[in-house]
Design a protein around this ligand. Sequence first.
Ligand code: ATP
Ligand code: MG
Length: 261
Amino acid sequence: MSSSSGYAVEAVDVKKTYGGVSALKGVDIRIPQGSIYGLIGPNGAGKSTLFDILCGITKPTSGTVNVMGMDVAALPAYEVARRGVGRTFQRTAIFGHSTVYENLLYASYGRMRHSAVHRLLRLPVWREDMNTFADKARDVLAVCGLTELRDQLASALAYGIQRRLAVAIMLMNDPKIIFLDEPVAGMNEVETADFIQLLRAISGRRTIVIVEHDMAAIGALCDEVMVMVDGRQLVTDAPERALKHPDVVAAYLGASDDELV
Ligand SMILES: Nc1ncnc2c1ncn2[C@@H]1O[C@H](COP(=O)(O)OP(=O)(O)OP(=O)(O)O)[C@@H](O)[C@H]1O
Ligand SMILES: [Mg+2]
């Protein structure tokens, strides 16, 4: 299912208040299908709030939110996920005591048609499910650079590789749009470079939306960024132009943290 407008995400006048706090003060956002789109801005700008609203986790106080043709504000979060919206959390559920391959298998159970009885009796429906899974897992392991590690315990993997496994888990369900919350936070330089390469490899026709403080990663990845400040959109442009915009430079200089451009 996709939006007929050519936009993967189209949200209009989105507001969100928490008690007396106005986290979003009327944001419009349009994300072209197939693009890699960044949400950036100083601490407290409303990035995570908007991000959670776009992937259906948080409901807006007002405004309309259309993602891949779905009114996500009206659907339960699990339904949004089932219909092709993928998301990795800072700590995506990885089963540490299971292997890489088993983690991919668990991620696929929701799409399988066989029951426990079918499996015990080794019925054709079970065999078909397992063949489909094996083909898919082979492709996903290859694109994520995990083929050699498929039988390793997830807990034994280096941090950067665990993050790649989180992406692999998500890819098993063929998301049409992927939301990544600070994907390279905590990674070293090599892990970051590898991860950027992975995101480029899986982008293609998929739309990718990223919240990220690492401006080098944003510059290397994104076609377009929206800079947010104080619950509003400040500038939307290609990263190289947006990051040089005087209003954006001023907003970051005014911020009390170390995320200068
Ligand atoms: N659950 C909540 N309850 C109350 N206030 C909230 C809640 N979530 C966010 N806020 C407030 O909304 C505003 C925007 O927060 P948000 O987390 O969206 O910012 P952010 O841009 O993601 O910041 P950071 O870069 O620090 O992650 C802040 O003032 C924050 O304190
Ligand atoms: Mg945040």
